[in-house]
Design a protein around this ligand. Structure first.
Ligand code: BDR
Ligand code: CA
Length: 326
C-alpha cells in the first residue's frame, strides 16, 4: 500500500514556486507525480527549464516536467521579471539540466495524472490556472477524479498585489481561474481550497531564515542557489516598501495541499470578476449564499511562524541530503 501523498504540481517557477517545489521534494511522504510548467512569472519554456534544473540538482530526474501553453486563455502573457529576476530564479544561476521535457503537454499531464490515480491525486496550482482550465475543457469530469485541489491565488479581504484589488496569478489569466471555479462547482467534486494574499502574505521569510539554512548545510550548492534567489526576492519586496523580506506564497499553499487541517478556512462561493475596468481579476467571495452555494474553501487563518520553521528545516535537510549524495 502506498502511504505517500500523490501530488501533481502546476507552477510558474518563480522564486517562491522554487521553494514550494523543493519543499515537496524534501518531504519523504510525497510522490510528486508530475510538474506542469505554466506561463506566468516568466514564459512557460523558462519555467520548464527552471523546474528541470531544480529537479536535476536534487537528483530527481524521475519526476516528469510538462510544458504548458505559452499564452493565457485570452490576451497576451504578462510576466514578472521585476519580481523574480530575468530567468525567474532571482540572482541564482542554476546549472542547466541534461534531462528533457516530457512529450506530454501540461494539460494532457493533468488528465493523465487524474486518470491514473482516481480519487487519490492532490492537485496544487501555484501559478495561473491556464493549463488546468485547458484540461477541464478536455475533461469536465476531471474535478470528480481529484482528492483535493489547492490553489494559491486571489485576495480575500486584502489588497491585491498586482492591481489594487487583484492578485498576480489571477491577473495573468483571470478567465482560466473563472473556468476552474465553475468546473468545480458541482456536488460530486471537492471544493478547491484557496490560499489568497490575506494568508500567504503572513508567511514571511527574512535574512535570518537564510542564515538558518546556511547553518543546516553551509556548503551545499542548493543553499547557495536558494540564498541567491532569495536575495533578489528580498530586494524586490524592499523596492515595494514592504521591508527586506519575502512572502512565501507558494510554499504556504504546498503545505496546505499536504495537510489542509493545519489551517482554518470558510466555505464561500467564489467568482472571478472578468469585466470591471478597475476590478478585473478580483476574487469575490460570498459567504451568505447570494451568488450561490459554496464552491470553495477560502483559507483565513494559519500558524505561519510554525510553517516558516518547517519550510526552513525541510529545505535545510534536503540540501544536506542532496550534498551527501555527492
Ligand atoms: C503569486 O504570484 C507569483 O508571483 C508568485 O509566484 C505567487 O504564486 C503571488 O501573488
Ligand atoms: Ca507562483
Amino acid at each position: 500500500m502506498n502511504e505517500k501523498s500523490r501530488l501533481f504540481l502546476d507552477c510558474d517557477t518563480g522564486i517562491d514556486d522554487s521553494l514550494a517545489l523543493l519543499y515537496l521534494l524534501a518531504r519523504g511522504d510525497v510522490e510528486l507525480v508530475g510538474v506542469a510548467s505554466t506561463a506566468g512569472n516568466v514564459p512557460a519554456d523558462v519555467v520548464a527549464a527552471n523546474n528541470l534544473a531544480w529537479l536535476d540538482l536534487c537528483g530527481r530526474d524521475d519526476v516528469p516536467v510538462h510544458l504548458g501553453s505559452p499564452v493565457p486563455l485570452a490576451g497576451a502573457l504578462r510576466t514578472a521579471e521585476d519580481t523574480h529576476g530575468p530567468h525567474g530564479v532571482g540572482y541564482a544561476s542554476l546549472p542547466p539540466a541534461n534531462t528533457a521535457l516530457s512529450s506530454v503537454d501540461a494539460a494532457g499531464a493533468w488528465l493523465a495524472a487524474a486518470d491514473a490515480h482516481p480519487g487519490e491525486l492532490i492537485g496544487l496550482v501555484i501559478g495561473p490556472s491556464t493549463n488546468l482550465a485547458l484540461a477541464l475543457r478536455a475533461d469536465p469530469d476531471l474535478p470528480t477524479k481529484l482528492k483535493r485541489l489547492v490553489i494559491m491565488g486571489g485576495a480575500f479581504g486584502a489588497a491585491g498585489n498586482t492591481t489594487p484589488v487583484a492578485e498576480w496569478n489571477l491577473v495573468v489569466d483571470p478567465e482560466s481561474a473563472a473556468e476552474v471555479f465553475a468546473a468545480f462547482d458541482r456536488p460530486d467534486a471537492p471544493d478547491p481550497i484557496v490560499c489568497g494574499l490575506n494568508v500567504t502574505e503572513q508567511m514571511i521569510l527574512r535574512p535570518a531564515d537564510v542564515e538558518r539554512l546556511r547553518e543546516c548545510a553551509a556548503d551545499a550548492p542548493l543553499v547557495h542557489h536558494l540564498a541567491e534567489a532569495l536575495r533578489f526576492y528580498f530586494e524586490f519586496h524592499r523596492s515595494q516598501d514592504e521591508g527586506y523580506l519575502a512572502y512565501a506564497h507558494d510554499p504556504f499553499a504546498a503545505m496546505v495541499a499536504l495537510d489542509p487541517r493545519r489551517v482554518t478556512g470558510v466555505a464561500a462561493h467564489v467568482e472571478v470578476e472578468l469585466t470591471g475596468a478597475l476590478t478585473r481579476a478580483m476574487t469575490v467571495a460570498d459567504r451568505r449564499g447570494m451568488l450561490g452555494p459554496p464552491n470553495a474553501v477560502v483559507v483565513t487563518e494559519a500558524d505561519t511562524s510554525t510553517m516558516v520553521d518547517e519550510l526552513v528545516a525541510s529545505l535545510g535537510a534536503l540540501a544536506r541530503r542532496v550534498t551527501s549524495r555527492g
